[in-house]
Design a protein around this ligand. Structure first.
Ligand SMILES: Nc1ccn([C@@H]2O[C@H](COP(=O)(O)OP(=O)(O)OP(=O)(O)O)[C@@H](O)[C@H]2O)c(=O)n1
Ligand SMILES: C[C@](O)(CO)[C@H](O)COP(=O)(O)O
Length: 260
């Protein structure tokens, strides 16, 4: 159950301004259909169902009109007392999109959850775990999962995305100390603004190395806490991920399948 006093000072940023190159649909990933609706609509319905925030700010691709129309229609469906929904133009990197939304949050906001539209099926309980940890005093909270593969380090990363050329293995990481990190990631707003402010001067190489918001908070020296994520929160990145997401919605077990 959501905490009303926490909810009244919390916002959720949904970043949906990516192009979806790895999915390869030739359209922004958030518009790609999933179970008869766009990925974006699934993500927004999940955020509203979690009921942890009084405002939602969505970062969409600059120049987009289609997502803006979908969001306007979705907003009409919301009941009285539901969250305020706003839209901003995203930037050329994920961090730029987050920064654009951070600048647009309402006065009085104290906490923010940053969520990937691409994690369209993230369950309510994960939003609530993150919000509960913030309410308990954490300044930075991420959902995380144990790693199931053995992870090796290599001499050079010669391939981006899924393409990997032959390369030399330099070691094996201790899996007990590794976590696969998801969204929504929750922050005290002032801390996240400070973290993104510090990153605004990064050069291109540094900017490219920023893959989540918690990294920037780590650089400030502020502790980041991990709570349990969920397999359903998978990031729809490749065609296989979309097949899995469709299976979660429509398969024999569908969304009735849940884990802790
Ligand atoms: N400039 C960007 C890049 C990414 N994102 C968002 O960040 C989330 C995670 O990014 P990813 O899954 O990598 O999405 P894309 O950047 O669209 O994917 P790709 O790298 O395959 O193009 C997504 O919800 C995406 O829309 C964003 O808002 N702005
Ligand atoms: C933020 C994130 O979803 C956490 O796992 C992830 O780092 C985004 O990475 P991407 O390369 O921008 O998809």
């Amino acid at each position: 159950m959501s905490n009303p006093s926490m909810r009244s000072v919390t916002a959720v940023i949904v970043v949906a301004a990516g192009s979806g190159e790895r999915l390869g649909y030739g359209m922004p990933k958030a518009l790609v259909p999933l179970g008869g609706e766009s990925i974006l609509m699934h993500a927004l319905r999940g955020v509203v169902a979690a009921d942890v925030a009084r405002q939602i700010c969505v970062a969409v691709p600059k120049g987009d009109t289609e997502m803006r129309e979908l969001i306007a229609d979705f907003t009409v469906e919301l009941v009285d007392g539901g969250p305020e929904v706003s839209v901003v133009d995203g930037g050329s990197t994920r961090a730029d999109s987050v920064r654009a939304a951070l600048a647009a949050l309402e006065e009085g906001t104290e906490f923010v959850l940053v969520h990937d539209a691409a994690r369209a099926l993230a369950p309510e309980r994960v939003f609530q775990r993150v919000a509960d940890a913030l309410a308990a005093g954490a300044k930075s909270v991420i959902p995380a999962m144990p790693v199931v593969d053995t992870i090796k380090t290599v001499a050079a990363t010669s391939g981006a995305g899924t393409e990997i050329a032959p390369e030399v293995v330099t070691g094996t990481a201790n899996r007990e100390q590794l976590r696969a990190v998801q969204t929504p990631q929750g922050f005290e707003l002032a801390t996240l603004r400070r973290a993104h402010g510090a990153a605004a001067d990064f050069d291109d190489q540094q900017s490219a190395s920023v893959t989540d918001d918690a990294m920037l908070v780590e650089l400030l020296g502020v502790p980041v806490h991990a709570v349990r994520g969920a397999s359903q929160s998978l990031k729809i990145t490749t065609p296989l991920d979309l097949i899995i997401a469709e299976g979660l919605l429509e398969g024999p077990l569908g969304m009735r399948w849940v884990e802790g």
